[in-house]
Design a protein. Structure first.
Length: 284
């Protein structure tokens, strides 16, 4: 099991080229935020924008439009009932689905649209409610594309059938293989020591982070950061590991002077940290 260090950031976060435009840093769609959980998709969006996604769009309940745009004017919006959603999904590089999505009929409809429209070249990050929905119905797992699953331990219990005390590395990997037979997929199993697994034998543990991050929205923010990293850099074990590490590093910086780590405060630290670790690489 590889223990992550700051080296992962310098390896993944590359300097931006002068001759580039927003399209070079990825098109990211975030899907989630029902009438009760609008905050979740807004926090995921703040994670994504601050982690550098080139273009960010949000498919959510209409009720969240004003709140979203007043906080994040960088994000584009689509009502998740809009008939153009399938078309928009097909244009994206990466789709993050689940923060605040809920599990009602509308949520299932949205997941079904996603599952049937994802193409081979795209990556889908499934988090929160999306994981609960696929636990209930495996047909809702997108049929094509690369996958990243980001459960916390209870979501993983629902998905894998492994009770939390039995979530050992061996058992996690076996359950992950069973679930995603033959697919290109990465599992980010979140806890106070998040573990990352792929199906080729890579395993990493994140030793940083803090209990100030035990607050609603921390995971939603991480889902956005992971989406932005894949959109800008690539889909790889290292890229996803770097996103996990950066999230905790930003959390640790906020925690130095604060009893709790508000997810929105964590997101604000991301651009400066990305600059710092990218600049380090250039000096080497
Ligand atoms: N502001 C917003 O809009 C927010 C909206 N949100 C949205 O809410 C939706 C539901 O997501 P959820 O994660 O809140 O609920 P759920 O899946 O039931 O998990 C909680 C259960 O799991 C257990 N548990 C055990 N181990 C655990 C662990 N390591 N980490 C975490 N939990 C652990 C835990 O145990 P207990 O607390 O009982 O000890 C409890 O029984 C989803 O769409 C999400 O995006 C939230 O993101 C918050 C901010
Ligand atoms: N005690 C802790 N120490 C370190 N990291 C933590 C701790 N508690 C929570 N986290 C991190 O916060 C995030 C919580 O994710 P999640 O439970 O999905 O939150 P939410 O759904 O409320 O956004 C994970 O990235 C997890 O690693
Ligand atoms: Mg969560």
């Amino acid at each position: 099991m590889q223990e992550l260090t700051a080296d992962i950031l310098s390896r993944v976060i590359t300097p931006r080229k002068s001759h580039s435009h927003k399209g070079d840093y990825g098109r990211l769609l975030l899907i989630g935020g029902n009438e009760n959980y609008g905050g979740a998709i807004i926090m995921a969006t703040e994670g994504a924008i601050n982690a550098g996604a080139g273009l960010t769009a949000v498919a959510t309940h209409l009720i969240n439009l004003t709140a979203l745009h007043s906080r994040d004017p960088e994000a584009m919006f689509i009502d998740w009932r809009d008939q153009h959603l399938p078309e928009l999904i097909r244009k994206m590089d990466v789709i993050v689905c689940g923060p605040g999505l809920g599990v009602n009929l509308q949520a299932k409809k949205v997941m079904n649209i996603l599952a049937t429209n994802v193409t081979e070249k795209q990556t889908v990050v499934l988090d929160a409610s999306a994981l609960d929905l696929i636990s209930q119905d495996h047909q809702l797992i997108p049929a094509k594309g690369k996958l990243v699953l980001t459960p916390h331990q209870m979501e993983w219990q629902r998905l894998s059938g492994l009770r939390i005390p039995f979530q050992t590395d061996g058992a996690n990997l076996a359950a992950f293989k069973d679930l995603l037979l033959g697919r290109e997929a990465i599992l980010v199993l979140k806890s106070n020591q998040t573990r990352i697994y792929d199906l080729f034998g890579h395993q990493a543990i994140n030793p940083i982070g803090n209990p100030g991050m035990a607050i609603g929205g921390s995971g939603d923010t991480l889902a956005g950061i992971i989406g932005a990293f894949i959109a800008q850099f690539d889909y790889s074990f290292d890229t996803i590991s770097a996103a996990v590490y950066l999230h905790s590093l930003a959390g640790d910086i906020v925690y130095k002077d604060n009893y709790v780590v508000k997810p929105t405060a964590l997101s604000k630290r991301l651009p400066e940290l990305m600059k710092k670790y990218c600049a380090k690489e250039r000096k080497m």
